[in-house]
Write a protein that binds this ligand. Structure first.
Ligand code: PLP
Length: 412
């Protein structure tokens, strides 16, 4: 802590603190207004929001470290995992705190699985569009990461992945979809490579997992992506994204329990007794478990279908509106509700400058290497027209970019 922020010498009243927080928060991104993309999934459903608020507070202080001490949490977690297993046709699974932890667990499981087969220095093989959580997990876990270029359509190129396989390859990754372009990799081809070589195949459905099953039911053409594809051995799917609960809830699913066994850590050489844990955390907050349970049971299949329809319709309108603006184009042909858009060749548009104007209008768009990134939530259906109008005027009036960095995440 710096001298500017010394440790508080004396305590302050709750009222005083709440009033300071209210002032501070007035400058924060207003996700309820539909101007935030990707950081918060705005459902525009006051009843769900109040339910999540109430459930979050109810379980704020409880600890899921030992689920047998909190039987309500045990029941909720078991039912959340069972719902995910049913939705995805998986064999078994575990809840985790988010996509990064689910991916960490998949990589850890693959490493332990590989070691049990004598591969002492395992490699993970993915396209360069795979989420950085894979790079992070490989870095933490001492697994080598081999990346292959994506094609012009934004998708992994299975033939390049096949060529990049080595005797050390333990796991291949497919994204459904990848974050940068919203396209779904050819899971069938990637899983077939893994199956032929007798290795693992992980599907990163952190984004798509809780939306694609409903888009399929709405009749959308969704390429094969889940456990229905032979050779897929594990999947990450975040409930705190299109499952519409608050942050801290994801699932890691396996085709069979034997593989999941590698995820479990047991330690009995400690005076405190046997330590058994299947995720990275020790003490685990109860609220995200309860929130996920409440969201799933409040919405049910009909609620998820209703919200999926809103996301689909809003995505269609965003795509049409953006594509109709002279000089802009959508990168690749996204399979889901997120995509990048940028300048068409020879348009002379400085997309960073467009982003600056949009920032001034209060729209929070991520900046990528090739353009601006947009991720659609149900609540965005209220703002599509206003967004497209503002974007058109930003394109017409923008100047040179002030050079805001193309960043995703940040360090405090
Ligand atoms: C495709 C994909 N995988 C993994 C993650 C990581 O999820 P989290 O931010 O919950 O750790 C994200 C986050 O957006 C993602 O888009």
């Amino acid at each position: 802590m710096t001298a500017d922020h010394p440790f508080p010498t004396s305590g302050r009243s709750a009222d005083d603190l709440l009033s300071e927080i209210a002032t501070l928060r007035s400058g924060d991104l207003d996700w309820r207004g539909g101007r935030a993309f990707s950081l918060v999934y705005d459902v525009d459903d006051p009843e769900l929001e109040s339910l999540l608020d109430a459930v979050g507070v109810m379980f704020l202080h409880e600890n899921a470290l030992n689920p047998f001490r909190y039987e309500t949490l045990l029941k909720m977690e078991t039912e959340v995992v069972a719902a995910a297993v049913d939705l995805f046709g998986a064999g078994c699974g575990t809840m985790s705190s988010g996509g990064t932890e689910s991916i960490f667990l998949a990589v850890y499981t693959a490493r332990e699985w590989a070691r049990s087969r004598g591969i002492t220095e395992p490699e993970l093989l993915c396209a360069e569009t795979a989420h950085p959580a894979f790079a992070k997990a490989c870095h933490y876990l001492g697994v080598s990461m081999v990346r292959t270029p994506h094609g012009a359509d934004g998708r992994a190129q299975p033939e390049l992945m096949a060529e990049a396989c080595s005797p050390r390859t333990a796991i291949l990754v497919a994204s459904t979809p990848c974050y940068p372009f919203g396209v779904i990799d050819d899971v069938t081809a990637i899983a077939a490579i893994a199956r032929d070589r007798g290795v693992l195949c992980h599907v990163d459905a952190c984004l798509g997992g809780w939306l694609l099953p409903w888009w399929e039911r709405l009749g959308c053409a969704v390429p094969p992506w889940g456990f229905a594809v032979e050779g897929v051995t594990s999947m990450s799917a975040d409930i705190h994204k299109y499952g519409y609960t608050f942050k801290g809830a994801s699932t890691i699913l396996y085709r069979d329990a034997e593989l999941r066994q590698h995820q479990i850590f047991m330690y009995d050489d400690w005076p405190g007794g046997l330590y058994a844990s299947s995720t990275a955390a020790g003490t685990r907050p109860g609220a995200p478990i309860a929130g996920a349970w409440a969201a799933i049971h409040h919405l049910g299949a009909d609620g998820y279908l209703r919200l999926a329809r809103r996301v689909l319709d809003a995505t269609t309108r965003f795509r049409a509106g953006i594509s109709s603006i002279d000089g802009l184009e959508i990168t690749a042909d996204p399979d889901m509700s997120l995509f990048e858009f940028g300048p068409s060749p020879d348009s002379g548009i400085d997309i960073g400058g467009v982003g600056d104007v949009m920032d001034r209008h209060g729209w929070n768009l991520d900046r990528q290497q090739g353009g601006l990134h947009l991720m659609v939530s149900p609540g965005h259906d209220r703002v599509v027209d206003k967004f497209c109008d503002d974007l058109a005027s930003a394109v017409a009036s923008h100047g040179a970019s002030i050079g805001a960095a193309q960043t995703y995440g940040g360090v405090v």
